[in-house]
Ligand binder design. Structure first.
Ligand code: PXP
Length: 240
């Protein structure tokens, strides 16, 4: 069965807009798990624009599924992650001005650096995922760096229109196949929603989907529980 990891960052975005304590992303995580989510993802950004350190530490204590800590490989955040000990860290590029994570990591250009960071996490039994474009050279570099997972960036697929959608699906499929052949586990995420999830969920090698913006947006109107369940239903449909 394909798995759903729910990214709760935007619950914190709403909280930070008011600078008070509500809505609490920890509460959202609880409802998402109760509705059937297989894990919770959260991105502790260097600028702390949404998720705060407190959220990560409380989630570590309260989650019943698993915590995937999305993060830039900077010394400050690495040290927090080594202290929190999530089940998985997903390393992503981060730029101050971006609205959201824009591209994948260029692992191929920095294999030695990612190898060193991955080894530090492995010492603490934390699995490592590298967020990359669906490009074979990046997949191979992730394998050389010792990663356990790759998360394939689905942003270009999500933005594709017309006949280019199939080209993007093909890129994702090829990258997923190369990753699986190399013994990597494959996740995918970015820009996935209620319309575009099914086609990408039909790629056999992709095991888990990390979804935030579309889910939290839908939850504003239908509630968190239903928003999660509707995505799980799409994943079930894709199995057939
Ligand atoms: N995966 C990664 C690595 C991301 O950076 C993001 C965005 O925070 C997501 C998945 C979720 O993307 P979206 O919010 O578009 O569903």
């Amino acid at each position: 069965m394909k798995r759903l990891s729910v990214n709760i960052d935007h619950v914190a975005t709403l909280r930070q807009a008011r600078g008070e304590s509500e809505p609490d992303p920890v509460g959202a995580a609880f409802i998402a798990e109760t509705a059937g989510a297989d894990g919770i993802v959260t991105h502790l950004r260097e600028d702390r624009r949404h998720i705060q350190d407190r959220d990560v530490y409380i989630l570590r204590k309260t989650l019943k599924t698993k915590l995937d800590l999305e993060m830039a490989a900077t010394e400050e955040i690495i040290n927090i992650a080594l202290d929190v000990v999530p089940e998985l860290v997903t390393l992503v590029p981060e730029r101050r001005q971006e609205l959201t994570t824009e591209g994948g990591l260029d692992v191929a250009a920095q294999v030695a650096r990612f190898k060193e960071v991955t080894a530090r996490f492995h010492k603490k039994n934390i699995l490592v995922s590298l967020f990359i474009a669906p490009a074979k050279e990046q997949v191979r570099a992730a394998r050389s760096a010792g990663a356990d997972f790759v998360e394939l960036h689905t942003g270009e697929y999500a933005n594709a229109k017309g006949s280019t959608i199939d080209d993007q699906l093909e890129r994702l499929k090829e990258a997923a196949m190369v990753a699986a052949k190399l013994g990597l586990k494959v996740n995918a995420g970015h820009g996935l929603d209620y319309r575009n999830l099914k086609a990408v969920a039909m790629i056999d090698e992709i095991e888990e989907f990390s979804i935030g913006h579309a889910l939290i947006s839908h939850a504003l109107f239908v509630g968190m529980e239903r928003a999660v369940k509707e995505l799980i239903d799409i994943l079930k449909e894709a199995e057939h």
